[in-house]
Design a protein around this ligand. Structure first.
Ligand code: NAD
Length: 263
């Protein structure tokens, strides 16, 4: 019997931020299904050279142009049935969004570029699903454990890593907006869920430098499963939430965090 997770025949799957660390794994896993995969991102990823998908250049921070640009993209490439947002728009001074250095303009800009773009893009897709009476329509948004809990600052001791005040607002906003959207769009058969990954090993997005060994040890020590998340942990959960296997699941926030949020 054919697995239900591969049942994306005639589906158009749009992945915003599908070239990134997590996004590229999501692109890979969907490109192995029978669906049509479109990546909307600022840049193309070399990691995806051997995968079947179409890249479309797209800037999610151009809020006033998003509707017009998406309409053109859909007209040319096909109307969507699924959307995943794994983008991570951030300003150059993102690393200064800690409580002592944050400026009002950076706070506002990052909320606009990340939270508002997630909100606005999701609404545009959901309205298209309703208008086109799409069956099995689904949206999955990337949130974070830090949209659900405060950061444990003890894990940053003796490192140059800092807290981020804005990230908690953005990801917390996404998690609850997903619930609100699911409540409204459910009657149209549109499912909307979020995934909250725990930390992935690699570059610290605040400082744009590799995470140091003290932080890595402190973090992993706190995780019940004693390891970082990897991009495949996240992509398989996104695939599940986009597939018919989760057809009665909407409005949830799925933690993919090795258990760190339960303690
Ligand atoms: N990496 C982690 O540890 C982690 C943990 C929890 C949640 N997340 C969330 O998962 C998502 C993906 O994170 P990641 O680590 O893969 O990030 P990443 O920086 O590796 O990838 C983000 C992608 O978004 C694209 N992007 C940035 N600005 C854009 C814009 N203006 N328009 C269109 N595309 C744009 C980038 O080009 C990139 O391909 C983010 O929402 C992030 O907050 C990440």
């Amino acid at each position: 019997m054919k697995s239900k997770t591969s049942n994306f025949k005639n589906k158009n799957i749009y992945i915003i931020g599908g070239s990134g660390l997590i996004g590229s794994e999501i692109t890979k896993i969907f490109s192995k299904t029978d669906g049509n995969v479109f990546v909307l991102d600022l840049k193309k990823s070399k990691k995806l050279n051997n995968y079947k998908y179409k890249f479309i250049k797209f800037d999610c921070t151009k809020l006033n142009l998003i509707k017009k640009n998406l309409d053109l993209i859909f007209k040319k490439n096909g109307y969507p049935t699924h959307m995943i947002n794994a983008s991570y728009p951030r300003t150059k001074d993102w690393g200064k969004n800690n409580f002592s250095e944050i400026s009002l303009s950076s706070l506002k800009k990052n909320i606009d570029h990340h939270l508002i773009s997630f909100v606005w893009i999701s609404k545009i897709f959901a309205d298209i699903f309703v208008k086109n009476k799409v069956k099995d329509a689904s949206i999955v948004l990337l949130a974070s454990i830090y949209g659900n809990k405060g950061q444990d600052l003890s894990i940053y001791k003796k490192t140059n890593m800092r807290e981020n005040a804005t990230y908690s607002i953005i990801k917390g906003g996404i998690v609850n907006y997903v619930r609100q959207m699911a409540s409204y769009y459910g009657k149209f058969g549109v499912r909307i869920n979020s995934v909250s990954p725990g930390g992935l090993e690699g570059v610290d997005s605040q400082t744009n430098t590799l995470q140091n060994s003290i932080f890595k040890k402190n973090y992993v020590n706190k995780v019940p499963l004693k390891r970082f998340a990897n991009p495949q942990d996240v992509s398989s959960s996104v695939l599940f939430l986009s597939s018919e296997n989760s057809s009665y699941i909407t409005g949830i926030n799925l933690f993919v965090d090795g258990g760190i949020s339960i303690i």
